[in-house]
Write a protein that binds this ligand. Structure first.
Ligand code: GLY
Length: 586
């Protein structure tokens, strides 16, 4: 191993103090501040961690986690639990749980075999390369994010049914049942979701189908604790339960989607829906300090980048350099700069573009990429490509493990919070705005400030590049870490930090998840730090040549890494303390 200690004259004297400080600060109860479209509300939430012996789920919604655990108590396995959790999230966490979006599942069998299911949305067959450009050739964000054109062909239902059919042991009806009941009978609306509905009034009030679902008949807001029912969504879920994929991709639901599209000038047709299939893909596999890393391959960039980043960082003694010291953070930022530059050029849907996977994943390539990392910062480019979005990046990740050690890392999204904002009239679910994840105009950043090129240009039937990084890290069956996150471009660096915090810094899972995070993505040439990172360290990074260093206000969080760690027979499940959530097990 290379030890860079000597290269750095400015090793933080504060490192030890900081780690101690951090351990004290991130204890079981956290105060987090949640930003919802400019409305700031401070809430005390439990940093939810449970240690159990058999099986566990960690997700953004307590009701969804409970549905998953119930499936396993009833004799189901981790896949039954994941499917039940995902359908329930579509009801209880509408900003990112979904039927109208897409996602990825990484599934590890007790014998160590790993499978991945790609149910990412696809561009409709009538999509065109320049559909989000105006006559002057300029990118029109409103069209790519908040119109009927913003939606790709949804993949979630196909993917969930495919993984259930292949690996589940319970009936389809029983895994969908909790979601149907919660949609039909209603549930007490949590305070954070009630706030999300009311703070989005300016947006939703203009969309009839959406206003009818998220506000009461007289137009007033639901209050926290009031019963929230979604009868149209219950009917759609019932069709899926009874008819399988035909209950969504054909018949009444398909009719409703097509009618919504023709009302709003969208492109998704019944033939697009009928043609949609999820894809089983070869997982990304890497090795890091003796651990196996399994993650999602393209069309996600997540797995490739996490392995590439770990390969670049492996030669350095991060543990010795210390947690959140300027030298260790410098190395991470420099590695991120290189990996995200590769993302922009080389990554896209492998069914349409020859992604150079072997090279990107090789340790030799990683070595060549870090050759010019020294004691001071390199620069990304002269041109900062875009501004940093201020809204929370939605998408949601959950983790599951069962008593046999079958593990599922599952990340799902409708892209932005509440997707396009358009609920399919009569079907009760939101449409995604995932088309913005294509590079609509090479060199122009999308909502995450990410830039892309030819590899990720819009083509009919193509899947847009993602950053979702559902990941399982294992060492035989003695150590199984299941993690991932929402957060657009920050998903990858969040996942990386959870892994490094556990492996290199030896943190307990709860501490690894709740530790403050930072993020860099090549362009813009800036680094964002959560508020918990000490200003002294940021000043040291500045002295090393890093520029545009932004310490985020308290209320801005990076990621929501609902994770599970099985280690020496005991299972720790933790829902990220930055948000409400549910870590449940038995
Ligand atoms: N829509 C966020 C992602 O897939 O990366």
């Amino acid at each position: 191993m290379i030890c860079l200690q000597d290269c750095f004259t400015g090793v933080s004297k504060n490192a030890t103090f900081m780690v101690a400080n951090l351990r004290a600060a991130f204890c079981r109860y956290l105060t987090v501040t949640i930003l919802v479209l400019g409305v700031v509300a401070t809430t005390s939430v439990k940093s939810n961690t449970v240690v159990v012996e058999n099986a566990a789920v960690s997700s953004r919604s307590m009701l969804a986690s409970e549905a998953g655990v119930e499936a396993m108590r009833n004799g189901g396995n981790a896949v039954d639990a994941a499917v039940s959790t995902a359908f329930t999230l579509a009801v209880t966490y509408p900003s990112a749980g979904n039927l109208g979006g897409g996602g990825f599942a990484v599934i590890r069998m007790p014998d160590g075999k790993v499978f991945t299911n790609d149910h990412r949305e696809r561009a409709p067959k009538n999509a065109t390369r320049d559909m989000f450009l105006d006559e002057a050739g300029e990118y029109v964000a409103e069209r790519a994010l908040r119109s009927h054109l913003a939606s790709g062909v949804p993949g979630s239902v196909a993917g969930l049914l495919a993984i259930h059919e292949r690996f589940g042991v319970l009936s389809r009806e029983s895994v969908v049942a909790p979601a149907i009941e919660l949609a039909r009978e209603g549930f007490e609306l949590p305070a954070d979701i009630a706030r999300q509905f009311s703070s989005r009034h300016e947006w939703f009030q203009h969309i009839d189908s959406t206003r009818k679902v998220f506000y009461k008949e007289d137009g007033s807001f639901y209050q926290a604790g009031e019963l929230f029912k979604q009868p149209d969504l219950a009917a759609t879920l019932s069709r899926v339960s009874e008819q399988g994929r035909d209950g969504f991709y054909k018949g009444e639901t398909a009719d409703l989607i097509e009618a919504e599209m023709s009302r709003g000038g969208g492109l998704i047709s019944k033939s697009d829906l009928e043609a949609y299939e999820s894809v089983w893909r070869e997982p990304i596999h890497g090795r890091y300090r003796g651990y196996d890393i399994h993650s999602m391959p393209p069309p996600s960039s997540g797995g490739v980048l996490v392995v590439q980043l770990l390969n670049m960082l492996e030669p350095f003694e991060l543990g010795e350099l210390g947690f959140h010291t300027a030298p260790s953070m410098h190395l991470m930022i420099e590695a991120e700069r290189r990996a995200y530059a590769d993302r922009a050029l080389h990554l896209g849907d492998p069914d349409f573009y020859p992604v150079p996977l072997d090279t990107l994943l090789s340790k030799r390539y990683a070595r060549s990429r870090i050759e010019n990392i020294g004691a001071t910062a390199t620069t990304s480019d002269d041109v900062d490509a875009g501004s940093i979005p201020k809204e929370p990046f939605e998408t949601t990740h959950f983790s599951v493990i069962d008593a046999d050690g079958m593990a599922v890392a599952f990340t799902t999204t409708i892209n932005g919070g509440y997707g396009s904002g358009i609920i399919v009239e009569g079907a009760g679910f939101l449409l995604n705005n995932e088309m913005d994840d294509f590079s609509a105009k090479p060199g122009t950043p999308n909502m995450f400030g990410l830039i892309g090129g030819e590899a990720n240009a819009i083509e009919p039937g193509k899947r847009m590049l993602s950053s979702m990084t559902p990941t399982i890290v294992s060492k035989g069956n003695r150590f199984i870490l299941i993690t991932g996150s929402p957060g657009g471009s920050t998903i990858i660096t969040t996942t990386l930090q959870v892994i490094l915090n556990v492996i290199d810094h030896g943190f307990e899972l709860e501490e690894a998840v709740n530790a403050p995070r930072f993020h860099h993505q090549w362009r813009p040439n800036s680094v964002r730090f959560e508020a918990g990172i000490e200003q002294d360290v940021i000043d040291e990074l500045s002295a090393m040549g890093h520029t545009d260093l932004n310490r985020l206000p308290e209320r801005f969080a990076i990621g929501d890494a609902n994770s599970i760690l099985k280690f020496r027979g005991s299972i720790t499940t933790t829902s990220d303390g930055r948000n409400e959530g549910g870590a449940v097990g038995f």
